[in-house]
Design a protein around this ligand. Structure first.
Ligand code: GSH
Length: 228
């Protein structure tokens, strides 16, 4: 059975959504990143980047959430656009836009707003600005299309949802004000049974919740390893 290495964080939750949407049987395996499981040799053999999510499907090992969504979409043929050059161009462009923009800027925005030991206005504004700019581009597209690729729900919408459901954490309490179209899509996906199951998956394991010294050491290694 497909093994799904996960935590309750945003990137694994998009994969949980896709697994629940497709109905593929899977075994969820907890990687408690606040306890440092991501740095264990057995997990590094699966994902040398020491992050969740990852999957093992037979002899296929896939890490990075956008790669896993594409893999599962191609494997099942579900939640994928039409097989035309035009649709494939759009699919790859928006998947990479989320992978290289929405994800990293949202993650860093949360880091500097919530977790950084020093509250640096320059860094907080830089990442919030870029996260907001990326969500703005998506919001504009969703003003013209029901879904990211047109009329049908695809893996791109799931990729966006992974972070958009957490917009108040990324941009603050008023974060939704500028994105009514994205709110519409996020609410629609939130209401799907698969989304409820994906969000509840983390309750199957007792993940550590405290952000104590052990957790900071596991997740923010730069605190003790100076490179600049
Ligand atoms: N580009 C990767 C990013 C993965 C990532 O940053 N995962 C976070 C959770 S959302 C993680 O594993 N954090 C633990 C750590 O940084 O130690 C993806 O899209 O899967």
């Amino acid at each position: 059975m497909l093994k799904f290495y996960y935590s309750g964080a945003p990137n694994p939750t998009k994969i949980a959504l896709m697994l629940e949407e497709t109905g593929l049987p899977y075994e969820p395996i907890a990687v408690d990143t606040r306890k440092g499981d991501q740095h264990k040799a057995e997990y590094l053999a699966i994902n040398p980047n020491a992050k969740v999510p990852a999957i093992v499907d037979g002899d296929a090992v896939v890490f990075d959430s956008s790669a896993i969504l594409l893999y599962l979409g191609e494997k099942t043929g579900k939640f994928m656009p039409a097989k035309t050059d035009k649709a494939r161009g759009e699919l790859l462009s928006w998947m990479m836009f989320v992978a290289s923009g929405v994800g990293p800027y949202s993650g860093q925005s949360v880091h500097f707003r919530v977790y950084a030991p020093e509250k640096l206005p320059y860094a907080i504004n830089r990442y919030a600005y870029e996260a907001q700019r990326h969500f703005g581009i998506i919001n504009e597209r969703l003003g013209k299309n029901k879904y990211m690729l047109g009329d049908t729900y695809t893996i791109v919408d799931m990729n966006v949802w992974g972070w958009s459901r957490l917009i108040p954490n990324v941009l603050g309490e008023k974060g939704w004000e500028k994105f009514p179209n994205l709110k519409r899509l996020t609410d629609e996906i939130n209401a799907r049974p698969a989304a409820a199951k994906a969000v509840a998956l983390k309750d199957k394991h007792k993940f550590k919740t405290e952000m104590d010294d052990e957790a900071k050491h596991a997740m923010f290694r730069h605190l003790t390893e100076k490179v600049a």
